[in-house]
Design a protein around this ligand. Structure first.
Ligand code: UDP
Length: 237
């Protein structure tokens, strides 16, 4: 395996699949993700997961319509907990031992985030889902993913998207967009490419954490990514 320990970042919308608008969490999509994760675990790769909340609630959007930003962001963080429990349920259904740890304590449904405890779970081959983002408003789950990746000493952060990797322009709008195989953190920041927000990318750069941006909608891509097969775009130095 190319990577021994991986932090997988999924956006909340990844759980909606194609049925956008009909259901915020599509069980068939979550099951498909669980199937790939089972394969990753079977290969002996240690895995942490951070899931966003954008399928349910985004703080910035609500605050632009007048809601208090801090309250809205806490609502967004709670949305990530709902998604995390959906993932945990599907993972356990697929026979994967899974723990959810939250950045905001809610002990009845999940463990609080404790780095050393997370490490122990990972060392035992359990998947750990990190919920409630960083626990702080004004951050994103991309930044939470980078933070947790560093805390668990992940070799790479795998950022799932709907396109094959990082392009010079939006590939959905521009058919002539060119995908990068590799790109530097500074180029991502200078060209303002939509990989992750600037806080998350600069945190990766300052700590030398590589980011593999890949297409989640192509089945088998998570396994390809962890095993080092050519997939997606690698953001590094
Ligand atoms: N959020 C936050 N602090 C964090 C992580 C998330 O306040 O550390 C809130 C923020 O309002 C954000 C929402 O949670 O809009 C959902 O997260 P995000 O937008 O990153 O989810 P994704 O786009 O990945 O689904």
């Amino acid at each position: 395996m190319a990577y021994k320990r991986v932090l997988l970042k999924l956006s909340g919308e990844a759980l909606m699949g194609e049925s956008r608008g009909s259901s915020i969490i599509d069980p068939a999509v979550v099951e498909a993700i669980a199937g790939e994760i089972r394969e990753v675990v079977r290969l002996g790769v240690s895995l942490g997961v951070v899931i966003g909340g954008g399928n349910i609630f985004r703080g910035v959007e609500a605050s632009s319509k007048g809601m208090d930003r801090t309250s809205a962001d806490y609502m967004g963080m709670l949305a990530t907990v709902i998604n995390s429990l959906a993932l945990q349920s599907a993972f356990e259904g697929a026979g994967i031992e899974t723990r959810v740890q939250t950045a905001i304590a809610m002990r009845e449904i999940a463990e609080p985030f404790i780095q050393k405890r997370a490490m122990r779970h990972l060392d035992k081959g359990r998947v750990v889902i990190f919920a409630a983002g960083t626990g702080n408003p004004y951050f994103t789950t991309d930044t939470a993913a980078v933070l947790r990746a560093m805390e668990i000493k992940a070799d790479v952060i795998m950022k799932a998207t709907k396109v094959d990797g990082v392009y010079d322009k939006d590939p959905v709008k521009h058919p002539d967009a060119v995908m990068y195989q590799k790109i530097s953190y500074n180029d991502v920041l200078a060209k303002n490419l939509k990989v992750m927000d600037a806080t998350a990318i600069s945190l990766c750069r300052d700590n030398g954490l590589p980011v593999l941006v890949f297409n989640l909608q192509k089945s088998g891509n998570i396994v390809r990514g962890v095993s080092g097969s050519r997939v997606g775009t690698l953001v590094g130095d």
